[in-house]
Design a binder for this molecule. Structure first.
Ligand code: 13P
Length: 263
């Protein structure tokens, strides 16, 4: 089963509009040298305030099919009295095709629960967008030997009552929390093992074809020197990149190195 790789840059709470434009422009100049067939699916997730700036460049350059945008979060309700929140429809209207949900920073600092993540996944899919559902264990959980049960629980809860077709379209990102922003990348064989375990959970709760179709990315200190080995593994379908997505050179090198081994 061949799954088109996804390389997604999560810009987190970084970059003013002018900086986001400059970064996007550099990425755009790189991807424009290739066709959509040659590239992985390249996604960037700017802050809400920079989505319009990025989208206007994406429309101008005819690269809508080479580069995609994502929201970093959303709310599951359609509209109404939810001060400070952004709906899926609003992100779709702004041009986004993907939305990251359940990032460990949102779980940790903003009390996002598995139940909310499931509601968000449903809202995203019913609007025709693609969720990138994050999961991952803390160092304490890894040391206590509960990594697999913890992650299986997060995945089961996030995918609760989604159809086989919805799951097949979705993306999951395995991001061990101890590897995020620390420079301590998870060993690629171990990342591949956990990702294969997630795929088996999907097969068990949905179907073999959904498990074979769902794209599962690795995230946590991914950089141009780690990506080739990560992408050469059987079950790793791409990367969710934080720090290294904030510089044109490092993000485009990650894309280029992905193209050497997978696409
Ligand atoms: P880093 O690549 O900076 O470790 O961040 C990973 C991440 O959290 C992406 O969502």
């Amino acid at each position: 089963m061949s799954r088109k790789p996804i390389i997604a840059g999560n810009w987190k709470m970084n970059l003013l509009q002018s900086e986001a434009k400059e970064l996007f422009s550099g990425i755009k100049d790189f991807v424009k040298q290739y066709s959509a067939e040659q590239l992985p699916i390249v996604v960037v997730a700017p802050t809400f305030t920079s989505i319009a700036a990025v989208e206007s460049q994406r429309c101008d350059c005819g690269c809508r099919n080479l580069l995609f945008t994502a929201g970093q979060n959303c709310y599951f309700e359609k509209n109404g009295a939810y001060t400070g929140e952004i709906s899926v429809e609003m992100l779709k209207d702004a041009g986004c095709e993907y939305i990251i949900i359940g990032h460990s920073e949102r779980r940790q600092y903003f009390s996002e629960t598995d139940e909310m993540i499931n509601k968000k996944a449903k809202a995203i899919l019913s609007n025709g967008l693609i969720p990138i559902i994050c999961c991952g264990e803390t160092l304490e959980q890894r040391e206590a030997g509960v990594t697999d049960t913890h992650i299986a629980g997060q995945i089961k809860a996030a995918l609760e009552s989604l159809t086989e077709e919805e799951i097949s379209k979705s993306a999951i990102a395995y991001e061990p929390i101890w590897a995020i922003g620390t420079g301590k990348t998870c060993d690629s064989d171990e990342a591949n093992r956990v990702i294969a375990m997630i795929r088996n959970v999907v097969k068990e709760i949905s179907s073999t074809s959904a498990g074979d179709a769902v794209r599962i990315l690795y995230g946590g200190s991914v950089n141009p020197s780690t990506i080739e080995e990560q992408m050469s593994k059987s079950d790793i379908d791409g990367a969710l990149v934080g720090g290294a997505s904030l510089k044109v050179d490092s993000f485009t090198s990650i894309i280029a190195n992905t193209m050497k081994v997978a696409v």
